[in-house]
Design a protein around this ligand. Structure first.
Ligand code: FES
Length: 102
């Protein structure tokens, strides 16, 4: 799992959300969808609901880092978390918790 900060996001003040790329690319191209991001999104939704957190999860189109997926992005702020799978769930939830409380 790889964390990367992107400070190009200018949407400060917007509602916080998690964008999970569930894009499928055709042919032999790598994609988050082909690497299990839908299952990851579903697990994250379940965990967020159980914790009672007020953050929306959106399934997104390609985030432009297909070879590193599954990818998700915390917005606003733009932290990208790459190469995530369900084995990383606790670590991702810790980052989401920190993000919510920022
Ligand atoms: S398919 Fe997920 S970043 Fe492109």
């Amino acid at each position: 799992m790889v964390d990367q900060q992107n400070n190009n996001d200018t949407s400060a003040g917007a509602e916080k959300c998690i964008m999970v790329c569930t894009n499928h690319r055709s042919g032999l191209h790598n994609s988050c969808g082909a690497r299990g991001s839908e299952a990851l999104a579903a697990r994250l939704e379940d965990e967020i609901a159980q914790k009672g957190w007020h953050i929306e999860l959106k399934r997104s189109i390609c985030l432009g880092r297909c070879n590193e997926g599954p990818n998700l992005k915390l917005v606003p702020g733009g932290q990208m978390i790459c190469a995530v799978n369900v084995d990383h769930l606790e670590s991702v939830l810790a980052k989401v918790g920190d993000f919510i409380s920022e």
